[in-house]
Structures are given as structure tokens and as C-alpha cells.
Design a protein around this ligand. Structure first.
Ligand code: QUE
Length: 353
């Protein structure tokens, strides 16, 4: 392997995992998830490793998501490769959540979908002025997976639901406000941060405090009250009605955004947030999301979303059904139904839920 997609090394007492698929904004493949899992399992019981650092190679972006083209091709066929990917990725997400050593994720740049699943489980989540965070999956006929059903409903108020349904992009200050990030550094200080961390991993909190910068104004803070007022309905239809009745520029923009997304995705994501809010463990959410993911890769909307956003880039997906109101509860029920015996998601062998 001359150019591995994950660079694995131990530097001092720090295990370093570096995403290295720069041509695809480090979008995750099954092999990348497996390589990270193998390294984390070997470091878990390795006394030489005190802390894990997760970052990316090169300049552009931390991680754009998953290998969407592969998922679409697989979903159009037998779905086997997609199922393998989700099993491996969600097992890694779960391993990160229960990992016994501190993890530092440096989300310097685009952090979406799969990149969110890697970084939100980390104890320290370091944003910079280049960070853009989003869960954009409703725009391609998917749903905010990789533990979105756990993390998003646990943000303050309805912030997570708003992120899930609209796919809104937020920057560093809003990442810190919402709890996505624990710290904000200047990207120019990252080399120094990593060098100091590797020299003295036990001092992680002191180093972060010394390098911390003010991330500036928080658009989310300004919109918090509106999100609470307008995204609190007990159905997607209630939220749509509240946005339409409000009539302000902000509400109209949210409504137009919601209406541009896959109607099935919006309905599925809403139910995922509702059920995820009540889940007692992350593993329970993984079981739910694996059921959804296995169903959704085979749908018209996912095929169409990938065509419109990733392949043809015309950004004009034609969804079916074409409106939120036309999605039946039975359609949503079928996506959440249990998988056949032996097909359900399970954690890595030896890891309890
Ligand atoms: C929703 C997504 C993804 C997306 C866009 C969405 C996603 C993903 C990528 C992506 C972007 C750039 C790349 C690449 C993939 O875009 O998961 O390989 O170079 O990986 O609206 O879920």
C-alpha cells in the first residue's frame, strides 16, 4: 500500500489517525473505517498510547461524508457493499463512543455526514475558522446517520432537529454554541497544537486553553428563539404550518429549504430524531439507523439525490413522492421495521452496548 487512505502512526504517547483521501474530501470508504477500527482496537490495550488524535492530511476539509457513489451503485443492485459499509462505519462510530482513552478530533474544514460520526464521539472537538459543519443528507434522499439520532436530539432545544431537517451549515462559533465543538483554535496554530500535544498529551486541556481563540459572532444564537418557536411541532406538517404562518423572511427561507429536500428523508429524519431522543444507549440508535440506511440506499430518492447533487450536479432532484404531505406513515414505518434475523446491526465483538 503506497498511498493508504488512513495514515496510522504512534508519535510519542499519541496514536495518530490521519484521513488521507484528499481527492474526495476524505469521504469514508469501508476500508478506511476498517483501518481506523483496527488501529483503535490495537491501541486500546497498548500502554504506550495515552491519547488518540484524529485529523486529516492536506489543506481542504476534514471529511465530507461517505463514499456516496459506491452507496448509490450498491443500492441500485443487491445492496451488499452498502450494508458492509454501514455495518463497519456504525461499528466504528460506536467504538469511538465507548473508547476508554481520550480522543482529540481536529475538524479543520468541511465536516459533514461521516465526518460528524467520527468527531462528535471525541472528548475534544477542535474547530477553526475554516470549519463548516452540516448534516446535509436530507438533500440527497438519505438521513443524518452515524449517530445523528443520538447526538442531534441531545443538543439544546430544537437545534439538532433544525440541523437534521434543513441540512443547515454552521461555522466555528455556532459549533461551539451547539456543542459540536469543545474548543476553537486558529488554523495557523494547529501545527503548534499537535506538536505540543504529542510532546505532552496529559496537558491537552492546558494546551487547548492557551491556544483558544474567540470564534466571533454566532448566527445560531440570534436565531435560537425562532428555532425554538417554529421547530417545536410534534410532526413535520406542524413545523411546516408554523413556518408558513410566521411569514418572516427567516421562516420563509427555512420553509423553502425544507420543501427542497427529499420529502421521505424529511419525514424519516423527524421520526429518527423523535425515537433517538428517547434511546437509552448509542447502540440502540445504531440498530435503528442501520435499519433505515439499509432501506434508504435502495430508494428512488437516494438514487435521484446522488444523481442531482453528486453526479450531474444540476441540483434539481425530482423527488417521489413529491411533497411532505404525500408521504404515507406506512412508507415511513416500513423503513424503520426490524431487519430479518441475523441481519441486524451488532457492535464489534467484545464491545457491550
Ligand atoms: C449529502 C451527503 C454527502 C455529500 C453531499 C450531500 C456525502 C458526501 C459528499 C461528498 C462531497 C465531496 C466529495 C465526496 C463526497 O457530499 O456524504 O467524495 O468529494 O460524502 O448533500 O451525505
Amino acid at each position: 500500500m503506497s498511498d493508504p487512505e488512513i495514515l496510522v502512526r504512534v508519535d510519542g504517547r499519541v496514536g495518530v489517525l490521519t484521513l488521507n483521501r484528499p481527492g474526495a474530501l476524505h469521504a469514508l470508504t469501508t476500508g478506511m473505517c476498517q483501518a481506523m477500527t483496527d488501529a483503535l482496537l490495537s491501541w486500546r490495550d497498548d500502554a504506550r498510547v495515552e491519547l488518540v488524535l484524529l485529523d486529516h492530511a492536506g489543506e481542504r476539509g476534514f471529511c465530507a461524508g461517505g463514499d456516496i457513489r459506491m452507496l448509490a451503485e450498491s443500492g441500485a443492485g443487491d445492496g451488499r457493499a452498502a450494508a458492509d459499509f454501514f455495518l463497519t462505519e456504525y461499528r466504528l462510530n460506536h467504538l469511538l463512543m465507548v473508547y476508554p482513552k481520550p480522543i482529540v478530533a481536529v475538524i479543520d474544514g468541511i465536516t459533514m455526514g461521516g465526518g460528524v460520526g467520527l468527531s462528535l464521539p471525541a472528548r475534544y472537538r477542535v474547530a477553526t475558522e475554516r470549519t463548516t459543519f452540516a448534516m446535509p443528507e436530507t438533500g440527497i434522499g438519505l438521513f443524518p446517520d452515524v449517530g445523528g439520532g443520538w447526538h442531534l436530539p441531545r443538543m439544546a432545544g430544537h437545534t439538532g432537529l433544525w440541523l437534521a431537517l434543513t441540512g443547515a451549515r454552521i461555522k466555528a462559533a455556532d459549533c461551539e454554541l451547539s456543542g459540536v465543538a469543545t474548543d476553537d483554535l486558529a488554523s495557523a496554530d494547529l501545527a503548534q497544537f499537535k506538536a505540543r500535544l504529542i510532546a505532552d498529551p496529559a496537558a491537552v486541556e492546558t494546551i487547548l486553553t492557551e491556544l483558544e481563540v474567540d470564534p466571533g459572532r454566532t448566527p445560531l444564537g440570534a436565531n435560537h428563539d425562532r428555532i425554538e418557536r417554529l421547530f417545536g411541532g410534534d410532526s413535520v406538517e406542524a413545523i411546516v404550518a408554523a413556518l408558513a404562518a410566521d411569514g418572516t423572511e427567516w421562516a420563509n427561507a427555512q420553509l423553502a429549504t425544507l420543501r427542497s429536500k427529499s420529502p421521505i428523508s424529511v419525514k424519516v429524519s423527524f421520526r429518527q430524531m423523535q425515537l433517538g431522543a428517547k434511546a437509552r444507549s448509542f447502540a440502540e440508535v445504531m440498530i435503528m439507523e442501520y435499519r433505515i440506511a439499509r432501506r434508504m440506499v435502495a430508494t428512488h430518492d437516494f438514487q435521484e439525490g446522488v444523481r442531482a447533487v453528486i453526479v450531474d450536479k444540476d441540483n434539481k432532484p425530482v423527488w417521489a413522492p413529491g411533497s411532505i404531505e404525500a408521504v404515507s406513515e406506512a412508507q415511513v414505518d416500513a423503513i424503520f421495521a426490524p431487519l430479518p434475523p441475523g441481519e441486524e446491526w451488532t457492535p464489534l465483538p467484545g464491545l457491550s452496548s
